[in-house]
Write a protein that binds this ligand. Structure first.
Ligand SMILES: Cc1cc2nc3c(=O)[nH]c(=O)nc-3n(C[C@H](O)[C@H](O)[C@H](O)COP(=O)(O)OP(=O)(O)OC[C@H]3O[C@@H](n4cnc5c(N)ncnc54)[C@H](O)[C@@H]3O)c2cc1C
Length: 415
């Protein structure tokens, strides 16, 4: 493992730092809002702020570092992209509402889209003019995505779509969505799927917000009733939707895994601050050996996570691709953050029940993490699904039994 930038990477980092210094305000080193992983209901003002920041980056050539130059990107490497994100995180910038577009839909259109489709959607996506959402999950299809039932029927030059999606992040401010449907109920489960780009302003699309335990409503149910999608919005061949979906899902895992490198010093520093003021049975928490041992344990485990993230970065820097570490990082980091947040709230005693701006410690960050981390352990592949990936692809254990293999979808029992 090599922790140092190569000379080219160091020069790139310097260029990034100079641009950010000139265009954004730096965070204080102990600014705990840097650890916030969730935003409340994205207001129209916040969405506009995000768009303005993305446009500023696009004007300077930083919008999509890995995209080819003819699509408005920089033609850079994955490592350069990571360096930009690492530096950008040190500044007060709006949250990234473009992850589904730039991290998932964009790469999928680049692989499976026609030249016309690329020109139609990618430049406005890159500039942040419009936001994209992902219409994959359904009430009966999440981990088992290929079990989806939203129906697509060909009608002249259009397709007619009927069905329901759920957990659609950002649908309420998105203009375009990536949508997987079932176009052939006689084909086996993975063979009868077709993938579209849907205009979220189409007639027949109804978006209902879902209120979350954190108080926000970042995702939605989306109902589609006789929605017309032109055949020109189909990505790849009819019936090839599973292959297209796998491209999206592979990019989703990379986006989520890459965003989990939270700094040990900042997080454990906040935990220390509670221990310096909270009392347990009349004794200052930091004077208790049990508390000190717990904090040391969490610091050690956070450092181990950082090293695992660095292992991936080191491989990327040498031209490799992220491997099984992404699944390991996602499972281990989710569990660890939830444990630390739980302990931080326990140390706060009664104050641990305060939420939002009323919270005494770290502006309510711990409560936000405690309530929000379970979502991270579900989105983009649950802990159990990640463990299956590690078991099958890393440890070479036998694969799960597939009782529905080769059977026409309409004959698979459901309900
Ligand atoms: C914050 C957040 C944002 C999201 N955003 C989007 C979005 O924008 N678009 C979208 O389409 N979806 C989105 N999702 C949905 C997400 O993809 C699904 O929640 C996820 O795939 C799990 O599916 P499910 O909720 O249907 O749970 P299920 O698949 O029903 O799982 C239920 C339980 O069974 C376990 N389980 C399932 N299969 C197996 C197995 N084979 N082996 C062992 N255990 C298993 C799971 O681990 C889980 O504990 C989002 C979810 C979250 C939390």
């Amino acid at each position: 493992m090599d922790f140092n930038d190569s000379p080219t990477e160091a020069a790139f980092r310097k260029e990034v730092q100079e641009w950010l210094d000139a265009n954004a305000e730096k965070r204080d080193a102990d600014d705990s809002s840097a650890m916030s992983m969730f935003s409340e209901n994205e207001s129209p003002e916040m969405v506009e702020e995000c768009k303005a920041w993305q446009q500023k980056k696009a004007d300077a050539g930083w919008a999509c570092i890995t995209w080819p130059k003819d699509l408005g990107g920089r033609g850079g490497t994955l490592m350069e992209n990571i360096i930009f994100s690492q530096e950008e995180a040190k500044y007060k910038i709006p949250p990234n509402i473009f992850m589904i577009g730039l991290g998932m839909a964009g790469p999928t259109i680049q692989v499976h889209g026609t030249p016309e489709q690329k020109q139609k959607w990618l430049p406005s996506m890159l500039r942040g003019d419009v936001v994209w959402c992902q219409l994959f999950s359904e009430p009966g299809a999440g981990s088992d995505l290929a079990g989806l039932r939203t129906k697509a029927v060909k009608d002249g030059d259009d397709w007619i779509i009927n069905g329901q999606k759920v957990w659609t992040s950002g649908a309420h401010y998105s203009r375009w969505g990536i949508l997987v449907t079932r176009s052939d109920f006689d084909a086996p489960k993975h063979k009868g799927l077709t993938y579209f780009v849907i205009d979220m302003e189409s007639e027949g699309v109804e978006i209902r917000p879902i209120k979350q335990i954190t108080g926000g409503a970042n995702f939605n149910e989306v109902f589609m009733t006789d929605v017309r999608i032109p055949d020109a919005n189909r990505l790849d061949a009819v019936g090839n939707g599973w292959a297209v979906s796998l491209t999206t899902l592979m990019n989703e895992r990379m986006s989520i895994g890459g965003g989990m490198g939270m700094g040990a010093e900042l997080l454990i520093g906040e935990l220390d601050r509670i221990a310096e003021t909270a009392y347990i049975d009349g004794v200052l928490a930091k004077d208790s050996p049990a508390v000190r041992q717990k904090i040391a344990e969490y610091y050690t485990r956070m450092k181990a996570m950082e090293l695992t993230v660095n292992r991936t970065l080191s491989a990327l820097s040498k031209g490799g691709m992220p491997g099984s570490e992404s699944s390991i990082i996602k499972v281990a980091m989710g569990i660890l953050l939830q444990e630390i947040a739980s302990y931080a709230m326990e140390l706060q005693g009664g104050l641990g029940t305060e939420y939002g701006e009323q919270a005494t410690f770290a502006g309510g960050l711990w409560q936000e993490l405690y309530l929000g981390i379970p979502a991270i352990r579900i989105a983009g592949g649950t802990d159990e699904v990640q463990r299956n990936i590690i078991g099958e692809r890393v440890l070479g254990l036998p694969t799960e039994a597939r009782v529905d293999k080769g059977i026409p979808f309409k004959d698979i029992p459901n309900g």
